[in-house]
Write a protein that binds this ligand. Structure first.
Ligand code: NAG
Ligand code: NAG
Ligand code: NAG
Length: 177
């Protein structure tokens, strides 16, 4: 009986690990130069993990998504419902945890999250893994924020902006199996 349940659990784990992106519920957001998916997010060309970031750490009223390199401890994950991306993160001064929701994405602005209910949004998943805005998968850019951090914009216009694709992946990159 005990063995049976362990087998069931490990089979579940294996099927989750191998799951197609379309089966994602909680996922991590990563940027990559390629639009094609990879079963191993570490192998996405030019991959970068992302994490919510407050340009103003005191108020934390709006969170952006910044790129983060190898060596992070843990990464927050995201869900998508009604065109709104959602993630749970700590509040100001690390106190409490709040569900931040993405606001309607507009050209020339960062992907933004606020600790408020959003009735609907314009974010989708193409093929179950490629993050879109109004159905468009091309337009994500990595640009310098005011504080000089690499953050995600939709159709950023700055001369420092670099085009990217935003992938929803089951496992964050740079991790060993
Ligand atoms: C996603 O984040 C939630 C809240 O922090 C956590 O409970 C859950 O285990 C995470 N899921 C994955 C797949 O990492
Ligand atoms: C974010 O949206 C979810 C789903 O609509 C909602 O339950 C949650 O309360 C919202 N977050 C905040 C801080 O209002
Ligand atoms: C994913 O790819 C990375 C880099 O090629 C490799 O180190 C890692 O072992 C791979 N993970 C799995 C689960 O295959």
């Amino acid at each position: 009986m005990r063995f049976a349940s362990i087998t069931v659990l490990s089979a579940l784990g294996a099927s989750l690990a191998a799951a197609l992106p379309t089966e994602l519920t909680e996922f991590f957001l990563v940027t990559s130069d390629q639009s094609e998916p990879s079963t191993n997010s570490s192998n996405l060309r030019g991959v970068h993990a992302t994490t919510p970031f407050a340009e103003d750490p005191v108020s934390q009223s709006t969170l952006l998504l910044r790129l983060i390199g190898a060596g992070y401890n843990s990464l927050p994950n995201f869900t998508l419902a009604d065109g709104v991306l959602s993630t749970i993160t700590q509040g100001p001064h690390g106190i409490g945890s709040y569900r931040y929701n993405s606001t309607a994405v507009t050209a020339g602005s960062e992907l933004q999250f606020v600790a408020q209910k959003q009735v609907s949004g314009n974010v989708g998943l193409n093929g179950g893994y490629l993050v879109t805005v109004d159905g468009e998968m091309e337009g994500w850019t990595i640009c310098n924020s005011e504080s000089g951090t690499d953050v995600l914009y939709w159709k950023g216009k700055g001369s420092d902006c670099v085009s990217t694709f935003l992938h929803a992946v089951t496992k964050p990159p740079y991790r060993k199996a």
